[in-house]
Write a protein that binds this ligand. Structure first.
Ligand code: ATP
Ligand code: MG
Length: 418
């Protein structure tokens, strides 16, 4: 892609309304723009990062044999009255009456809808276990939308649901999802702490939260520097700060909750009548689990953990592009042609490349390249003409590698393949 043909409105100044590093960089690197508080547009670079995160998630959901669906955002309130959550979630639920007089809401989550769907189409133990997931926009009228993509009123979630015959089945489904989550966050370049948590309004017996340590995170986690044990921090003063496992003094870490998994048991299957016939022909409620990831919030968490003073440093799998080609002195036709050829070679080799073809000073291009954080920069300037070399800058660590032009592509491929 050419910089002049895509849409990357970078900002020199730190926007005043942005309190956290990720919010600042999301705006400065031209990834998102706010429409109103808690509601954002994804611009081309932000959308590419989002798509790459979704690709990682789909791969790992596949590995759990979960099948993708897409459920409606528009839902009858009646369904929520059956589970009683029309009251529990009354404040954050966006509701209205349509012109047919139907009372509806925009889904803040989908336990009710999925349970109703499965109830109508699964009748026998032979159809279980079943796991379904979706990547979809959720609507929550949050009391304090803030920190950019961290707490929005409209945000993208991956939500998965498992249906099993018995507790042992649920244990297995839950364990597989837990492991898939660790692989997802690792592929996203995130360091994660896992804490056991209170299931809250979701109900059920058991839950784990996946917490990304970040300076501006809204949650506080106690983490043991000795053995890695982590747990949620409750009220100040009320907590013993010695590790329950090894006794070392635990540290308080601010974190962003990026994922939450629950053993729901029969809360929703009983409320909505999702039963199946077991081997003995007896009617039993399905045993459920649910598994959420804040997909759009993940972009913010990735930036919180992967940046420096100059800008974002994208982990490779999430990066909007793998390489940015900088044509320095693009007024010089020969340099422009060299850079253009190199960009075409990269693209022909299947490497996602962005070509900064703007008529801008080198300083502006260098600054923007660091800010948008593409993992590799291929710098083509006067030296490329005089000495036939390409300078490759590795954004993580800002290391410079100089290679003869004909070896540069192989070098880039080598770095990208690790
Ligand atoms: P929180 O405690 O942060 O409000 P939650 O317990 O309400 O989260 P869940 O209902 O479990 O969250 O949703 C699953 C995931 O969706 C969360 O782990 C989080 O990553 C993400 N998420 C929840 N609320 C928001 C929001 N308002 N904006 C962006 N992401 C969100
Ligand atoms: Mg919430």
């Amino acid at each position: 892609m050419l910089w002049t043909k895509t849409f990357i409105p970078t900002l020199k100044e730190i926007p005043q309304e942005a309190e956290t590093v990720s919010h600042q960089l999301l705006l400065r690197a031209g990834l998102v723009r706010m429409l109103m508080a808690g509601v954002y547009s994804y611009l081309p670079l932000g959308l590419r990062a989002l798509n790459h995160i979704e690709k990682i998630i789909r791969r790992e959901m596949d590995s759990c044999l979960a099948a993708e669906v897409l459920l409606p955002a528009w839902q009858p309130l009646e369904l929520w009255q059956k589970s009683g959550r029309d009251k529990d979630l009354a404040e954050i639920m966006v509701r209205f009456t349509d012109r047919r007089g139907r009372k509806v809401c925009l889904g803040p989550t989908h336990e009710e809808v999925i349970t109703d769907l499965v109830k109508n189409h699964v009748a026998s133990y032979k159809q279980l276990p079943l796991a379904l997931y979706q990547i979809q926009t959720k609507f929550r009228d949050e009391i304090r939308p803030r920190f950019g993509l961290i707490r929005g009123c409209e945000f993208i979630m991956k939500d998965a649901y498992s249906f099993d015959r018995d507790e042992a089945g649920l244990d297995k489904s839950y364990r597989e999802m837990h492991e898939a989550y660790l692989r997802i966050f690792k592929s996203c370049g995130l360091e994660i702490l896992v804490t056991e948590a209170d299931p809250g309004v979701m109900g059920g017996s058991f839950s784990h939260e996946f917490m990304a340590p970040a300076k501006d995170g809204e949650d506080v986690v106690l983490s043991c520097p000795g053995c890695g044990q982590a747990k949620a921090y409750q009220a100040p003063g009320a907590e013993m700060e010695a590790c329950p496992r090894c006794g070392a003094k635990m540290e308080r870490l601010n974190c962003i909750e990026v994922g939450h998994i629950f053993k729901l048991g029969t809360k929703y299957s009983k409320a909505l009548g999702a039963d199946f016939l077991d081997e003995k022909g007896k009617l039993q409620p399905m045993i459920m689990g649910c598994y959420g990831i804040g997909v759009s919030r993940l972009i913010a968490a990735v930036i919180e953990q992967n940046h420096d003073a100059a800008g974002i440093i994208w982990p490779q799998e999430v990066a909007p592009y793998q390489v940015i080609v900088l044509a320095l002195d693009s007024g010089d036709e020969k340099i422009r042609d060299l850079a253009d050829n190199f960009y075409r070679e990269l693209a022909a080799g299947g490497i996602a490349a962005l070509f900064d073809d703007r008529d801008e000073r080198p300083g502006v291009k260098f600054k923007d390249a660091d800010l948008v954080g593409i993992p590799l920069q291929a710098i083509i300037g006067k030296k490329a003409l005089q000495d036939q070399v390409v300078e490759i800058k590795v954004r993580r660590g800002n290391k410079l590698i100089v290679k003869p032009k004909e070896e540069a592509l192989r070098e880039i491929r080598g770095i990208l393949n690790g």
